[in-house]
Design a binder for this molecule. Structure first.
Ligand code: ZN
Length: 151
């Protein structure tokens, strides 16, 4: 088990655009494993994107209690509807924002074996996919939030 340090705002790595993964090699597999360990070490963590551990690659790990989802080079290929959500971020401890996200999104990505798959998320999963994919372009939830609450 290897934990990586979670970068918190305003660490400038959170504002950088991530590069696609060209090949799923041992370094990428190690990154996925470490991101998974780091996420599971956070009591309220549902997902983590690579820049949050200081790595500028297009890699996301999600675990909302219904199985681990590992996404390499994810892209939103369809978004429908809207929902008002509250969301937080491991890089913003104690802060929550109210914002509008799509109600449903379809994402295309590679799995850890390099196989392409698509995933459809509604509700909390749609919110989470949008939040994490934004991280890969240096976009943070505070950019889109109508209100920020500090607890
Ligand atoms: Zn986040």
């Amino acid at each position: 088990m290897a934990l990586r340090e979670i970068r918190t705002y305003p660490d400038e790595v959170l504002r950088k655009k991530c590069r696609p993964v060209a090949q799923i090699d041992d370094r990428v597999l190690q990154l996925l494993a470490d991101m998974t360990d780091t996420l599971h070490d956070c009591p309220n963590g549902a997902a983590i994107a690579a820049p949050q551990v200081g790595v500028l690659r297009r890699v996301v790990v999600i675990d909302m209690g219904q199985g681990l989802i590992q996404l390499v080079n994810p892209e939103i290929i369809r978004a429908e509807g809207e929902q008002e959500v509250y969301e937080g971020c491991l890089s913003f401890p104690g802060q929550y924002g109210k914002l509008i996200r799509p109600a449903e999104v379809e994402v295309r990505a590679l799995n850890e074996k390099g196989e392409e798959f698509t995933l459809t998320g509604t509700g909390d999963l749609a919110k989470c996919l949008c939040h994490e994919l934004d991280h890969l372009d240096g976009v943070l939830f505070i950019d889109k939030a109508e209100e920020i609450e500090r607890l």
